[in-house]
Design a binder for this molecule. Structure first.
Ligand code: C2O
Ligand code: CU
Length: 527
């Protein structure tokens, strides 16, 4: 058990402490393990911490299954399932007929134990996207477990109320595993949010947007593996909502809180209402905004979340509208003119049926019944605090990250992912506040090799303090974010506070094919 510490690599100081502490309870843990049905031991000598008293204790397993997605044969998928050992069963909401995992609902401050069981025929690990957790609880690919093994997560929920999610994170295989169905929502509530009195129960609707391609036997088709196709990212030709095709949301004449997650591998949506009403945004990745903002359209890139207020109380029963994705230009390689023509020569890479940036309906809304509710859009939603860029130690010299293509490979500062590697300029001091600048401006001849990149930081929520080179207005940079879209030509500065949790975390492009190809790096928080 102790030997395992040596291959924990870079952040062994922090991990060792944790593992040694666990080791102390080894025997006890194993005994207790025998009492837990279906438990067959955790990775790296992990045993549950007997001093950790969870409010919610679940087993989350990833396993093969099948669901009836289209008429005819069922579709073979991989899916997360949950069983509750301790805590209220209503915290786990399975989505009927979907390949998506259960929605896990927790409250800020609660202690959560999740025993991940990997029952798919390849290595996997779970990442809690957007959650602020210690490094060894974050699902770094170095912690992957093989089929038949488990990984133990124990953490306290520190985040604000918001719409977070979980998905696999094995290096090189995140795209295909998410595509097969491994993903689920993780909703956090807190007192501040509950005091606002937003629509809840049936008026609080999570909507996970993804794209998939099926063959004539109703089976999922991923990609050819062709390098060009991987460089643009996978695009499916059917839009799925909560795992269902041709989705219609039946509503009553009431106001709704719609929680949107883009769970697609690489497709970007430019969302707008068909009937011309503005999008009323009340929350982003890290929870509620200070006050609602209104946009004609909004981009939602892979990994991002948006919470929108949608009020149908003035619409008659029978009324229908759609949430659309409007056409947009994605730059050189993203599937625009250049993409379809010269770069791709129509050979592949592109989904010719439904390229990135064409118009389509994401889902329909149909007003199905009258109801009397009295939800009104609040003027104030939450207190998110001022952004103070001058708190940053590197205010005059932001850390720079260039998103570029090198040797037919997407890179960050010319580098690709190495499991244990951290460069000097990727080490930050615990307790510091920094400005990080991401730059998607390509340059010169390489302009046609530009693509949008949604950049995600693990472990932290951050604030966007500046966006330049902007050719679009569809951003909501006001709130807390963990994933931020950079269209070609754009540059963005974010403010991050490394207030706690030392160790190694990831930052990467959330286009999952870019990520799998190595457009991902470690950053290390030094104590
Ligand atoms: Cu949602 Cu590292 O990812
Ligand atoms: Cu990318």
């Amino acid at each position: 058990m102790r030997n395992r510490n040596t291959d924990l690599g870079f952040d062994s100081r922090h991990s060792r402490r944790h593992f040694l502490k666990l080791a102390g309870y080894g025997t006890l843990g194993l005994m207790a393990a025998g009492l837990w049905p279906g438990f067959d031991g955790f990775a790296a000598g992990q045993t549950p911490d007997t001093e950790f008293i969870p409010d919610l204790d679940i087993t989350l397993s990833a396993r093969p299954g099948e669901v009836p997605v289209l008429p005819g044969d069922p579709t073979l998928i991989w899916r997360y399932h949950a069983t509750v050992h301790k805590g209220d069963r209503t915290r786990i909401a399975e989505i009927p007929r979907s390949y998506l995992g259960p929605i896990i609902k927790v409250h800020q401050g609660e202690k959560i134990r999740i025993r991940f069981r990997n029952a798919i025929p390849e290595e996997s690990i779970v990442h809690w996207h957007g959650l602020h957790v210690p490094a060894i609880m974050d699902g770094h690919p170095r912690y992957v477990v093989p089929q038949g093994q488990s990984y133990l997560y124990e953490f306290e929920v520190k985040n604000r109320a918001g719409t977070y999610w979980y998905h696999p994170h094995p290096h090189g295989r995140t795209g295909p595993q998410v595509y097969r169905g491994l993903a689920g929502l993780f909703l956090v509530s807190d007192e501040e949010e509950q005091a606002v009195g937003l629509p809840d129960g049936e008026y609080d609707v999570p909507l996970v947007i993804q794209d998939r391609t099926f063959d004539s036997g109703n089976q999922l088709v991923y990609m050819s593996g062709h390098r060009m196709e991987r460089m643009t990212g996978f695009l499916g030709d059917m839009i799925m909502v909560n795992g269902l095709p041709d989705f219609t949301l039946p509503v009553s004449t009431a106001a709704y809180r719609l929680r949107l997650l883009n769970g697609s591998n690489s497709r970007i949506y430019k969302l707008a209402w068909e009937d011309g009403r503005p999008l009323t945004i009340i929350g982003t990745d890290g929870g509620l905004l200070e006050r609602p903002v209104f946009r004609r359209y909004v981009f939602l890139s892979p990994g991002e979340r948006l919470e929108i207020w949608a009020d149908f109380s003035d619409n008659p029963v029978g009324y229908t509208t759609s949430l659309l994705s409007l056409p947009f230009d994605v730059g050189g390689m993203g599937g625009g003119r250049m993409g379809r023509g010269m770069m791709m020569g129509g050979r592949t890479g592109q989904n010719l049926n439904l390229p990135n940036g064409v118009a389509f309906s994401v889902f329909k809304v149909k007003v199905a019944q009258p109801v009397k509710t009295d939800y009104r859009l609040p003027d104030t939603l939450s207190e998110i605090g001022p952004v103070r860029p001058d708190d940053a130690a590197n205010f005059f010299r932001p850390r720079q990250f260039y998103l570029t293509m090198r040797h037919m490979q997407w890179t960050i500062n010319g580098r690709v992912f190495q499991m244990e590697e951290v460069a000097d300029d990727e080490i930050v001091q615990l307790g510091s506040t920094e400005i990080w600048e991401f730059n998607n401006t390509g340059g010169g001849m390489m302009n046609m090799m530009n693509m949008p990149h949604p950049i995600h930081l693990h472990g932290k929520q951050f604030r966007v303090i500046e966006r330049s080179g902007v050719a679009h207005e569809g951003y909501v940079d006001e709130g807390w974010k963990d994933t931020v879209l950079l269209m070609p030509g754009e540059r963005i500065k974010i403010l991050v506070d490394f207030d706690d949790y030392p160790g190694m975390f990831l930052y990467h492009c959330h286009n999952l094919e870019h990520e799998d190809m190595g457009m991902m790096r470690n950053y290390f928080v030094r104590e």
